[in-house]
Design a protein around this ligand. Structure first.
Ligand SMILES: NC(=O)c1ccc[n+]([C@@H]2O[C@H](COP(=O)([O-])OP(=O)(O)OC[C@H]3O[C@@H](n4cnc5c(N)ncnc54)[C@H](OP(=O)(O)O)[C@@H]3O)[C@@H](O)[C@H]2O)c1
Length: 314
């Protein structure tokens, strides 16, 4: 099969289309002929090599979510899956390819009405947004600030949060306008400046980085800041002081990872998102062979929503 692999970590020019042997599904796994492949922010982090210490080596096939058709199953998997259209999480890698294996526990059947392109735009980011809001004990009527809202997770959080006051940070007024059309009511710049409430009940933070402590100062009494991603790098090591200095405000901090949500619960939420989908914001659709170009566009910060790769299969 054709796959895209990272031959050299660093710049996108280190990615190449290669021929590799077809994978076969092991026990508890399925083999998916991929139609669409989601390109996520974490794929760029892996490609840059900053996760090198986690054991990725040159030749690694990046990507973690695909949609397509099951063409084979391993031992212990019901053969009735063969021929079904599915969304699948492949783990941290293995998705930028014409064929991908996934554990059956990480597979969700696709309704006919949902395209493969939309499935890989919603399938991972939707549950992350849903459970991150729940982890923050967000309820209707709470004021919400989503930091880094123009990515796939933030866009879903804006849509899933309902009709209350929803502030977003973004890098340009035009991106802010697009977020308003999706449900944001307040648009702030990346530093949190703009016309809007001074404080929020919940801050959903996808950015991290040096700016995080100033957003602790934007929490209301009993406010909750949940860290969902670190696209701007890790915050300063002493960021916890921002909480301690305002001890009497009973603010709190938590990280959130989808890994801690039981598989069955996450799969149920994904299936309900697929059955009644919010808007899937697809920035562009490119052939699999243009994966490096997709990464260049991510690195340039021009992507709003998701870039999706396609293989030509259907
Ligand atoms: N918690 C989980 O279970 C989970 C699951 C999957 C992924 N993740 C994490 O989520 C993150 C990726 O999420 P995503 O794909 O939605 O994000 P993304 O598209 O990579 O970034 C979100 C937005 O953040 C803004 N941004 C980027 N760099 C910034 C910086 N240095 N300072 C301020 N703003 C910046 C950009 O928007 P503007 O240009 O408009 O500001 C960008 O569109 C990764 O950290 C990944 O590891 C977490």
């Amino acid at each position: 099969m054709k796959a895209v692999s990272i031959q050299t970590f660093g710049d996108p020019s280190g990615m190449a289309v290669i021929d590799v042997p077809d994978p076969s599904p092991g026990p508890g796994q399925v083999l998916v002929q991929t139609v669409a492949i989601g390109v996520g922010g974490v794929d760029a982090v892996v490609r840059r090599g900053t996760l090198g210490g986690y054991g990725f080596t040159e030749g690694h096939i990046p990507g973690s979510e695909v949609a397509g058709r099951v063409i084979a199953v391993g031992d212990d998997v019901d053969a009735a899956w063969i021929g079904r259209r599915v969304w699948a999480f492949t783990g941290v890698g293995g998705a930028y390819a014409e064929l991908a294996v996934a554990r059956i526990a990480d597979v969700t059947a696709l309704p006919d009405a949902l395209s493969s392109i939309d499935a890989v735009t919603l399938g991972s980011a939707g549950p992350v947004a849903h459970f991150a809001l729940a982890h923050a004990r967000f309820t209707a009527g709470d004021s919400l600030l989503i930091r880094g809202a123009a990515g796939s997770i933030g866009i879903l959080a804006v849509q899933l949060a309902g009709s209350g006051p929803i502030a977003v940070t973004t890098s340009s007024p035009s991106r802010g306008e697009r977020l308003r059309k999706l449900g944001a009511t307040v648009v702030l710049d990346r530093d949190g400046n703009g016309v809007g409430p001074a404080e929020y009940d919940v801050v959903l933070d996808i950015v991290g980085g040096p700016g995080l402590p100033s957003f602790v100062d934007r929490l209301a009494d009993n406010g909750r800041l949940v860290s969902v991603g670190v696209v701007g790098g890790y915050p300063p090591a002493d960021f916890g002081m921002a909480f301690l200095r305002s001890f009497q405000r009973s603010r709190s901090f938590a990280t959130f990872s989808l890994n801690t949500v039981p598989e069955e619960t996450r799969n149920q939420v994904r299936a309900s998102i697929f059955a009644d989908p919010p808007e899937a914001v697809v920035h562009d659709v490119l052939p699999l062979a243009e994966a490096a170009g997709a990464h260049r566009r991510m690195d340039a910060g021009e992507v709003f929503g998701r870039i999706v790769l396609t293989t030509g299969a259907n």
